[in-house]
Write a protein that binds this ligand. Structure first.
Ligand code: NAI
Length: 302
């Protein structure tokens, strides 16, 4: 398969905006689609400031655009490769689509049905899902051999890993094209079978859920839980801080997939996590989660 030139990214939240940025930094023409114009506006601002940070910090090796006279010009060129839209028809000429919308199987399936209808027949449809079955998403389309999991880590421009997940019918050609794209983005690849939560979230989410249980049952304060895991196990960020960064809504959705898919009560979401999400306390993206960021705490910058 020829190298992808045109990238479609669906969902312009934390992940989609970062994936679109990566595409633009590495020379692809990118359409970033969201149904919410406010999300597109936020994405445009955050991509622009993230690219400027790479340039001002001299982290120029992050770009593939080495032939530019100045890095500022490379940054401007990357911004020019991005188009923002709410019209799905604009993805018609994309060679490769990465879906990064809400972590819900039903919503993702509806989108895959639509993408299958409007994209060219050779296009690969990848999902950035954290936990949902690629085989089931693929079965909603007429091209299951061209559907694959391409799971970036948060924030995508910084984190080195991409977890690739083949569905039951994913072809070798689709796998190699996905691997080539991840390598073009300078990522290290791991491969997982299509099981709930794949590798990273199968291990990470139960730990985060357990941190919530530790808080819920009064074993310790949130600060001591996070400090314990940072200084006691050398994690760069505590599990509750990390949950706030990922989004408590995303964490809860993943725990529900693990619980339903693996059928073991040890994966039952902690009631405190459920309650926070019910209350709309979904983490940094809304200003409050386990911690309250409205009091002046600086967000983690990509
Ligand atoms: P988010 O909540 O920041 O963004 C989701 C975006 O999708 C929103 O802007 C929303 O308006 C848009 N959207 C929802 N339905 C749509 C549709 N039908 N068409 C177009 N746009 C639609 O979510 P986030 O955190 O970026 O997560 C997105 C996906 O990435 C999820 O599947 C999640 O599990 C996965 N993921 C999340 C990570 C994280 O740390 N937050 C890490 C790795 C994967």
């Amino acid at each position: 398969m020829a190298e992808a030139k045109n990238l479609g990214v669906v969902g312009s939240g934390q992940m989609g905006s970062g994936i679109a940025q990566l595409g633009a930094m590495h020379g692809l023409h990118v359409w970033l689609l969201d149904t919410d114009p406010t999300a597109l506006y936020r994405a445009k601002k955050s991509i622009s400031s993230s690219l400027q940070r790479f340039v001002s910090k001299g982290q120029i090796s992050q770009f593939s655009l080495v032939h530019y006279f100045t890095w500022q010009a490379a940054c401007t060129e990357a911004l020019g490769r991005l188009e923002y839209t709410s019209n799905i028809d604009e993805l018609r000429s994309a060679d490769f689509i990465v879906e990064a919308i809400v972590e819900s199987e039903d919503v993702k399936k509806k989108l895959f049905i639509e993408l299958d209808k409007i994209t060219k027949s050779s296009a690969i449809l990848a999902s950035n899902t954290s936990s949902i079955s690629i085989t089931r998403l693929a079965s909603a389309t007429s091209r299951p051999c061209q559907v694959i999991g391409m799971h970036f880590m948060n924030p995508p421009p910084i984190m080195k890993l991409v977890e690739i997940v083949r569905g039951a019918d994913t072809s070798d050609e689709t796998f190699h094209a996905t691997k080539a794209l991840a390598e073009r983005f300078h990522k290290t690849i791991i491969c997982s079978q299509d099981h709930p939560g794949f590798i990273v979230n199968r291990i990470l989410m139960p730990m985060i859920n357990e941190a919530f249980f530790t808080l819920y049952t009064g074993v310790a304060t949130k600060e001591d839980i996070d400090t314990g895991m940072k200084l006691g196990t050398n994690h760069p960020i505590g599990p509750l801080e990390l949950a706030d960064f990922i989004g408590l809504d995303v964490c809860l959705s993943i725990m529900k997939v693990l619980h339903a898919g693996l059928g073991d009560s040890k994966y039952a979401p902690c009631p405190l996590l459920v309650q926070y999400v019910d209350a709309g306390r979904v983490g940094r993206k809304c200003g409050v989660g386990v911690y309250d960021y409205r009091k002046g705490s600086e967000p983690i910058k990509a």
